[in-house]
Write a protein that binds this ligand. Structure first.
Ligand SMILES: *Cc1c(COP(=O)(O)O)cnc(C)c1O
Length: 538
């Protein structure tokens, strides 16, 4: 999602950029949920030729000692501004390759370590070779997470020093030159997000593009750590929110880690009814989200009417998916994100009795999210939430919508009244769905982690759950479920519900601030301008 928004803003801003990724022909997966919330996964095959054009150029990469052919599909992201960012989707599904190699680019987030390493060879090494073949002259390579960091090895080979006799063999590798070419963004402090490969696997699959001693110096003694490799070969490194920059700095002492807070693509994440009022009162907003600063020009009634239109749309969608009728006049909480333990989708249900006392007749809840096929804790969480959903029946209508995707995300972030996020600190590196909500005037009610630390002004842009980061150093890293839940219930009961039902004027003011203060800043146009001035042109 984030990479897509990045590219769209680059196109709108007419940046001279090109993107490289893998085809992922079987997609991620389509989520099927039974009545108990048990998830099964179906392949989500997509017909690439409907969207993209196959280009004739082919390159090879060496995998397990044999040549694997790589072709590419071209997708152009064209903006109304005249900007155009070509994307190349690398693909090994060609007759020249052995059957097992043809599947390398098929599955997103699938397979074992060997499969992942093969994918990263195609992406990193194959990516550089394909760009060279196509005649691109690249001034900066921006590695989106460590998955692409093998590209730095290909660059090392390209920039080998031409010296005859050296006292240390390692001096022929021009590390400084490669660092000048590379920018690295780390996206999560969660361990599973950092690929590590045993060297035995590395030498079988990757071989030795650079001597093993050099690779170990750069990528770690015991495992090839893709994050470490990127850190050692990039001059500019950043985290994706201020707090995440600090957390990453503590994880990787000795490296200078900056931060560029994420943003979302404003036009993509604004629903039809809000697009209409923005076009009317803030013309040009889509390519200049700074214009949200003048949100006060939009009459309150029109903001409320646009919101109610989006809410009606969501309720229709909920009915068509689940046959459950929700009421547009009732305060509706939304929660949708990957179902994984640290996101704590169950925090809202810590004390079901209290939730029912507070919310009976006054609350509706909409949930969605996929668990990774191998994430057992995430799958268990889904079943737990389904049990709770049944318990709440009759008091608090609740739905869990299957197969969370982009279209559904827009309906959810625009059609609920409050966007809830309850991650364990400090694991939410940034979070972006809350930014999408703000583009539709939907305020956040969230744990102070990631972007919300920067966007939150209590009772002004939304509400915090749990302690403030400044209150104690301990609260930054230790999560107290009970304390967070208590605060969630207290504020829901004493602030959120009363304001929604009894003080519509204040409520619309908060909606306005979500747009004028949050969407104004947390958009990918601002993010890309910062990457250009702080990372790319340096
Ligand atoms: C925005 C989005 C995400 C990421 O949301 P986070 O709040 O960053 O977790 C994931 N999936 C879909 C479908 C999205 O639209």
């Amino acid at each position: 999602m984030l990479a897509g928004d990045t590219i769209k803003s680059a196109a709108d801003l007419r940046l001279p950029m090109v993107g490289v990724t893998l085809t992922s022909r079987y997609g991620y997966f389509r989520q099927i949920l039974d009545e108990r919330g048990r998830q099964t996964e179906a392949p989500e095959v997509w017909e690439m030729s409907k969207f993209m054009e196959l280009i004739p150029e082919k390159i090879t990469v060496e995998i397990e000692g044999r040549d694997v052919y790589v072709q590419a599909w071209l997708y152009e992201v064209k903006s109304l501004t005249g900007g155009n960012v070509p994307l190349f989707f690398l693909d090994t599904d060609i007759p020249e390759n052995r059957p097992e190699d043809r599947g390398i680019t098929a599955q997103l987030y699938g397979g074992d370590k060997a499969y992942r390493l093969k994918q990263e060879i195609v992406l990193g090494i194959g990516g550089v070779r394909m760009l060279n073949r196509l005649g691109f002259v690249i001034k900066k390579f921006h590695m989106n997470e460590g998955h692409a960091s093998l590209l730095s090895l290909e660059l090392l080979k390209e920039h080998k020093r031409d010296i005859e006799e050296v006292w240390d063999e390692r001096l022929v590798w021009d590390i400084e030159k490669v660092k000048d070419l590379c920018v690295f963004t780390t996206h999560t402090p969660v361990e599973a997000g950092h690929d590590k490969f045993p060297y035995e696997l590395v030498s079988n699959v990757l071989g030795e593009p650079v001597p093993l001693s050099v690779l170990r110096d750069l990528g770690g003694k015991d495992h090839l750590n893709m994050t470490l490799l990127a850190l050692n070969l990039s001059k500019y490194v950043n985290g994706v929110a201020k707090k995440h920059g600090e957390v990453s700095q503590n994880m990787f002492p000795g490296y200078e880690i900056h931060s560029v807070t994420n943003g979302v693509h404003s036009y993509t994440w604004t629903c039809a009814s809000f697009k209409r009022i923005y076009d009317k009162y803030l013309p040009g907003w889509a390519n200049e989200p700074e214009l949200f600063v003048r949100v006060g020009r939009i009459p309150d009634e029109e903001i409320w009417a646009a919101h109610m239109e989006a809410k009606q749309d969501l309720m229709h969608f909920v009915k068509s998916e689940t046959r459950i009728e929700m009421v547009p006049e009732i305060l509706t909480l939304g929660f949708a994100r990957r179902a994984t333990a640290y996101k704590r989708a169950d925090l809202l249900f810590t004390d079901i009795e209290r939730l029912q006392r507070i919310g009976k007749g006054k609350l509706q809840i909409v949930y969605a999210g996929k668990a990774h096929p191998k994430d057992e804790a995430g799958k268990w969480l889904l079943e737990k939430i389904f049990v709770i959903k049944e318990k709440l029946k009759g008091n608090i209508p609740m739905v869990y919508l299957p197969n969370y995707n982009m279209d559904m995300a827009l309906k959810l972030v625009s059609g609920v009244d409050v966007w809830l996020n309850t991650p364990m600190r400090p694991l939410e590196a940034s979070g972006t769905s809350g930014m999408k909500a703000t583009h539709n005037g939907v305020p956040n009610f969230s744990v102070l982690d990631g972007w919300w630390i920067e966007g939150h002004i209590e009772r002004f842009t939304g509400w915090a759950i749990g302690p403030y980061p400044s209150e104690s150093k301990v609260s930054d890293t230790i999560t107290d479920n009970e304390q967070d839940a208590r605060d969630l219930y207290d504020k829901l009961e004493n602030l959120v519900i009363p304001t929604f039902y009894n003080d519509r004027l204040t409520w619309v003011r908060i909606m306005q601030n979500a747009i004028g203060k949050n969407a104004y800043y947390f958009n990918s146009h601002r993010m890309m301008r910062r990457y250009v001035t702080e990372a790319y042109i340096r």
